[in-house]
Design a protein around this ligand. Structure first.
Ligand code: SAM
Ligand code: SF4
Length: 445
């Protein structure tokens, strides 16, 4: 077979990471293998994000920069996938005549034929949304995942229409995959040596809420945790309004369910939460955190926050800081509000000045740095169960994650990869921990 190299540049959420893995699998029969060196690629693909304006601007600049490359190596194919592709569609072909293919978030299955067309000189853009019944049959397995932890998509799309967010417009309506198919995929992964699955969805815990006879997300988590060979289960991203008591109870009942939860609040003030159309209040959010801590006292909560939503006053912003003090996030992804075309919030007239937004972001991030450091330092001296996932950057070390998802590096041989080991934590850094095996490895292991 003709061997060609595929370079794929993925930005944005885990859904994009998962889609990119699927694209790589689908292009294997056409002779494409992935490379990390762009200069040797026969096909360069951008899997894109449009959640904030910055990522989109950066992408457009990257594509513009490829004009020269295409002139020097006209045989190189260039493609755009993901949310920007969905939003701009054929406009990308017009704007950048050196782009060969554009495919939206519901058109992944067309990639092989579109690449064949591009090889034959036919440029195409495909961005039609599919209806739910068509989409349900479009989850080809991802091959070649020789790894310890794997993502499994369980639902796609979003129907929440938070007023600032473009996702519902570019990912389409919410659908949940078939229960039995998900379990089969998890079993297949376990048979291939995967020890941890991360259930993935834009609002993963609204799984099943739209289907008539669908089991709930809590039932799915219980069933996945019961698959033999799987030692750990995680899920991301959960919406606070859909955290059912049954799902919270899973943290008390299931030892395989890891003790961390990504539960974005977005803001700490009720007027702003309402304007964001989030569907919960500060009090409800805090009540959920309280129940989670009753179910699993050591649970680590991570989140997302937006600062500088239109009209946010100083006092309203300070309620975000006070929410952070109450929750004590383990990690927090924080963003300056970015108006996105077509969203309700983009029509609001009271956008804040950039300096005000950046100053608030800075205050928020400084506070979070203190909280993250306190969390990391609290690990020192404790023993954590670590699932070793691969080699660390430093020679002679391997790397894995503890229950909370924090990266732990430790001295050890590659034979540890795929094993759950007890590790004594020696040092806590900003984003990782350093530890040592509590029981030294026997020789030969
Ligand atoms: N579905 C998830 C949820 O509701 O938490 C998150 C999906 S979104 C891709 C990831 C994060 O981007 C959001 O949690 C939000 O904090 C941020 N985000 C989305 N739209 C934004 C905007 N217009 N400006 C700034 N941040 C935004
Ligand atoms: Fe965007 Fe809200 Fe949907 Fe999350 S829940 S993807 S923030 S609209």
């Amino acid at each position: 077979m003709n061997h060609k190299k595929l370079y794929i540049d993925t930005v944005g959420c885990q859904m994009n990471v998962n889609d990119s893995e699927r694209i790589v699998t689908m292009l294997q029969p056409l002779g494409y293998t992935q490379t990390s060196r762009r200069h040797e690629a026969a096909l360069i693909l951008f899997n894109t994000c449009t959640v904030r304006a910055g990522a989109e601007e950066c992408l457009l600049q990257n594509i513009a920069n490829l004009k020269n490359l295409k002139r020097k190596k006209p045989g190189t194919l260039i493609g755009v996938a993901g949310c920007v592709a969905q939003q701009m569609g054929a406009e990308l072909l017009q704007k950048f005549p050196w782009v060969d293919l554009v495919f939206g978030t519901h058109n992944l299955h067309l990639v092989p034929e579109m690449v064949k067309d591009a090889e034959a000189g036919r440029r195409r853009a495909e961005t039609d949304f599919l209806d739910s019944s068509e989409r349900l049959d479009l989850f080809p397995p991802i091959e070649g995942r020789k790894r310890v932890s794997a993502f499994v998509t369980v639902m796609q799309g979003c129907d929440n229409f938070c007023s600032y967010c473009i996702v519902p417009y570019v990912r389409g309506r919410e659908i949940s995959r078939r229960f039995a198919e998900i379990l089969q995929e998890v079993q297949d992964l376990a048979d291939q040596g995967v020890r941890e699955v991360v259930l993935l969805g834009q609002n993963v815990n609204s799984y099943g809420l739209k289907g008539e006879e669908q089991p709930s997300f809590a039932e799915l988590v219980r069933a996945v945790a019961a698959v033999s060979g799987i030692d750990r289960v995680r899920f991301v991203t959960s919406h606070p309004k859909d955290m059912s008591d049954d799902l919270i109870a899973c943290f008390a009942d299931l030892t395989k369910l890891c003790g961390s939860l990504h539960l974005p609040a977005q803001a700490g003030n009720n007027r702003i939460l309402k304007a964001m159309n989030r569907g919960y209040s500060r009090e409800h959010y805090l009540e959920t955190i309280y129940k989670l801590r009753q179910a699993r006292p050591e649970i680590k909560i991570t989140g997302d926050m937006i600062v500088g939503f239109p009209g946010e006053t100083e006092a309203e912003f300070e309620e975000t800081l006070s929410l952070m003090e109450e929750v004590r996030y383990f990690d927090l992804f924080s963003f300056v509000y970015s108006p996105r075309p077509g969203t309700k919030a983009a029509e609001l007239s009271d956008e804040l000045a950039k300096e005000v937004k950046l100053a608030r972001l800075d205050r928020l991030q400084k506070l979070q740095a203190v909280h993250s450091r306190i969390h990391n330092e609290a690990y020192v001296g404790s023993t954590q169960q670590v699932l070793v996932e691969g080699l660390a950057k430093r020679h002679g070390q391997v790397s894995g994650r503890c229950d909370s998802g924090r990266i732990v590096n430790l001295a050890g041989s590659p034979a540890l990869i795929g094993k759950l080991v007890d590790v004594k934590i020696l040092e806590g850094y900003a984003n990782s921990l350093l530890g040592e095996l509590t029981e030294p490895m026997r020789s030969g292991h």
